[in-house]
Design a protein around this ligand. Structure first.
Ligand code: NOJ
Length: 752
């Protein structure tokens, strides 16, 4: 709606007014010559630009929608005037081939130098065809498919005029109160790095018009927000920074990510947009990042609110001095860079370095040579929401589901004549299916659980009762309806959890639990004596301790996207065998948060016999999570045996081969994620009790066994010191193999 209005306004502006007569630059200018190297073209263009135009390249404005707090919005006509004046380098939230083309035309035709705009958008888990949230997608442990899924999102977005997505989020988080864990790949830094790299490759491909630029965010350590509260303070040591937080960003940068976004948080008391250490020393110098940076929404200006910059001019100076570049919607760069340059507070070199990198990205995308190559309405129509894209989304959703409990093999429901009571408001609510980050995804075309189940078992066999309301309350009547349906059925499928709307940015929760009304409902359903299968929807792990006691089976359905209901129905009916393994630990209780598998031993670890006093634990709940990292069941079962190392004693520089036998001990074919962990016992800085260092997803027929092998090399056994150098120390290690981070076989290894 808003966009439509914006477009009307824009075309009205084009037709009626702003007769803009500018002396265009000479068409033979070197920067316009596609035959010249990008570097030459950038240099030529920089020479021609005024300081104001350079500041303009560092200015990013929102188009139709706001994905952050509204500033004094100048209004769309004023924004278009700024585009004409060369005061805007990029826009976000401008949607569709038509709209992007209209605005690009203004930049090309009406601005003095005709520098194309870069259009950015949050394409987080799909553009029109919505895929599972990244956290869920990561539970597939299928890097090839993650890359493919991201490729679909890129193709769709690129066909709609988008050049650049603000993804992947590489923040490692282990606090489920933080709503943004949905955007990441879980609590393991190494695995999150692999996923981030796969997503970068999927988005960027070979940087043609079928792909979009990736943006690694939120640099850095935003996942450490205190108390899981969005926009909050972070305080991490350099050892934690290097070992826990930086690896995913580094992997994404090394995978060729074109851009990086500053976070909202702080590092060593400095808002990260102004952190010279992070932006210049680490990102540019140590990692050799040659792309460009963008702030998070208004984060340059927020350096004032944090108490770090005195005013907007100071904020602009501090951001540029740190090495940061494009300003998303704080407008401090455009307002103050010219004066700061005059005052000598920033240098031409600093400015040119920032502007040059942004121009370079535009040249590399080919926008100077064909500014409209992403704005083809026919391509857009042919690309969005195709059957093939939906098929890919279905596959992704099936792989994302994690089966947490399956007592007495109550699942799958293979009986096609079973009568099924579907219970739960969310099962029949399209509005609750999605989170905020769905780009142009449409609620109406998403498939609910009820629709999916009806398709498989037939409408006449499936009853529905809401059981609780949208606001997570219930009453006797709602519960009585659910019980009545359950009584007439063979099995109860109850959809509990949280609305999709509770996931994502600005969705921190003090109580990430299953709402009390749903627990009441579960108790009532359990009392019917029918098998109760809980399908849990949420953008994060929830505390499931009450559910674990009441449900016979628990299917963790996250937020699965467009094909949600079809994917869940395929899992429930056994058409698809679950293969997902959780990439975040499920806490036993809220007070246990953050709980994560790769914690430290402490000086007083839990005693094995659970007896005695004076050790690190809780008096009222277990120390361990309800479900550990890496956990997930299949409809078949797997057994691990015979873990062996090619040598128990090794030297630096040598490679040890670890092998383990994995057997399918059940009665159907299945896929297992074989996980390899290590522990380093005495190191210059303490190391976690377990660290994931390898995995392989293998398919096994019933009764089949496979020997899986894994190479233990220097890299696997190393860690980072506080300066970011990889260190390998001699000493004792353990190698673990298993189907999750808790249930493992182990073998000792010594490095000389
Ligand atoms: C703020 C969010 O933190 C960031 O992830 C997002 O890309 C921007 N807004 C733009 O919408």
């Amino acid at each position: 709606m808003l966009l439509r209005k914006f477009y009307l306004l824009l075309t009205a502006g084009l037709l009626t007014g702003f007769a803009y007569s500018q002396k265009k630059q000479d068409g033979s200018a070197m920067y316009k010559n596609a035959a010249l190297p990008v570097e030459t073209r950038v240099k030529d263009l920089l020479k021609r630009m005024t300081v104001e135009e350079k500041a303009g390249q560092l200015n990013q404005l929102t188009g139709g929608a706001f994905t952050g707090p509204a500033l004094n919005d100048a209004g769309q006509q004023a924004k278009m005037q700024m585009v004409r004046d060369g005061k805007v380098g990029s826009m976000l939230n401008v949607i569709g081939a038509t709209e992007t083309k209209a605005i690009q035309t203004i930049a090309i035709e009406d601005s003095r130098l005709g520098i194309p705009l870069l259009f950015g958008y949050d394409v987080i888990h799909g553009y029109k065809t919505i895929f599972p949230i990244p956290l869920a997608e990561a539970c597939s442990w299928n890097l090839n498919n993650i890359e493919k899924n991201t490729g679909v999102a890129a193709r769709e977005a690129a066909s709609a005029g988008i050049h650049w997505t603000f993804a992947p989020m590489c923040d490692v988080g282990n606090d489920i109160r933080w709503g943004r864990v949905m955007e990441g790949a879980g609590e393991d830094p190494w695995y999150a790095g692999l996923v981030s790299a796969a997503r970068v490759k999927g988005f960027q491909g070979n940087l043609d018009e079928q792909h979009v630029l990736a943006c690694v965010k939120h640099f850095a350590a935003y996942g450490a927000v205190e108390a899981g509260r969005e926009y909050n303070y972070t305080d991490v040591s350099r050892v934690a920074l290097w070992n826990k937080y930086l690896p995913p960003y580094e992997a994404a940068v090394k995978a060729g990510a074109a851009s990086v976004m500053n976070g909202f948080n702080t590092f060593e008391g400095v808002p990260v947009s102004g952190s010279h250490y992070l932006v210049t020393d680490v990102l540019k110098k140590k990692w050799g990042f040659t792309g460009f940076l963008v702030s998070d929404w208004a984060s340059f200006g927020e350096m004032i609110t944090w108490g770090y910059a005195a005013d907007a001019a100071d904020a602009a100076a501090k951001a540029l001095q740190a090495g940061s570049m494009m300003d998303m919607e704080a407008r401090v760069m455009i307002a103050h860079l010219p004066e700061l340059l005059k005052q000598g507070k920033v240098t031409v070199h600093q400015l040119d370095e920032a502007v040059g990198r942004i121009l370079e990205a535009k040249f590399k995308l080919g926008l100077f040579d064909n500014p409209y190559k992403y704005c083809d309405v026919n391509r857009e129509k042919a690309t969005l929401f195709t059957a093939a894209n939906r098929q890919q989304a279905l596959q992704a959703a099936q792989e994302a589901v994690v089966l947490l409990k399956n007592n007495n093999k109550v699942l799958p429901i293979s009986n096609k004549s079973a009568r099924i009571a579907v219970v739960g408001h969310y099962a029949d609510s399209k509005e609750d299916l999605f989170d905020f980050w769905i780009a142009q995804g449409e609620f109406k075309s998403a498939v609910t659980l009820l629709e999916g189940v009806r398709k498989v078992w037939g409408a006449e066999q499936v009853s529905f009762a809401a059981g609780y309301r949208a606001d997570a309350t219930t009453d006797d009547k709602l519960i009585a309806e659910a019980i009545a349906n359950a009584a007439k059925s063979d099995v109860v499928l109850v959809n509990i959890g949280l609305s999709g709307k509770m996931a994502g940015e600005d969705r921190s929760l003090a109580n990430p639990v299953v709402p009390e009304a749903q627990v009441q409902l579960l108790k009532a359903l359990k009392a019917t004596g029918k098998p109760v299968i809980a399908v849990v929807s949420a953008g994060r792990p929830l505390v499931l301790t009450a559910v674990e006691e009441l449900a016979d089976a628990i299917v963790y359905g996250w937020i699965l996207g467009t094909e949600s209901g079809n994917a869940l129905a395929n899992i429930l009916s056994g058409v698809a065998n679950p293969t997902g393994k959780t990439v975040m630990s499920f806490p036993y209780a809220v007070g246990q948060i953050p709980v994560y598998y790769n914690h430290f031993n402490t000086g007083r670890p839990v005693q094995t016999d659970g007896q005695g006093n004076w050790y690190s634990r809780y008096r009222d709940i277990p120390r361990e999570p309800l479900y550990p990292f890496g956990f997930g069941l299949s409809y078949t079962s797997f057994q691990y045996s015979n873990l062996q190392l090619s040598s128990a004693l090794t030297d630096k520089g040598k490679v040890v081969t670890a092998t383990v036998t994995v057997s399918n001990t059940g009665d159907r074919e299945g896929e297992e994620v074989v996980q390899w962990y290590i522990r380093d016992y005495a190191a210059a800085v303490i190391r976690p009790v377990k660290e994931l260092k390898g995995f392989e997803k293998v398919s096994l027929k019933p009764g089949e066994s496979k020997q899986i092998s894994w190479k233990v090399d220097d890299k696997v056994l190393s860690f980072y010191d506080a300066s970011g150098n990889l260190v390998l120390e001699s000493g004792k290690f353990t190698v673990y193999a298993g189907g999750n981070s808790r249930d493992v076989l182990e073998a000792s290894l010594e490095v000389r």
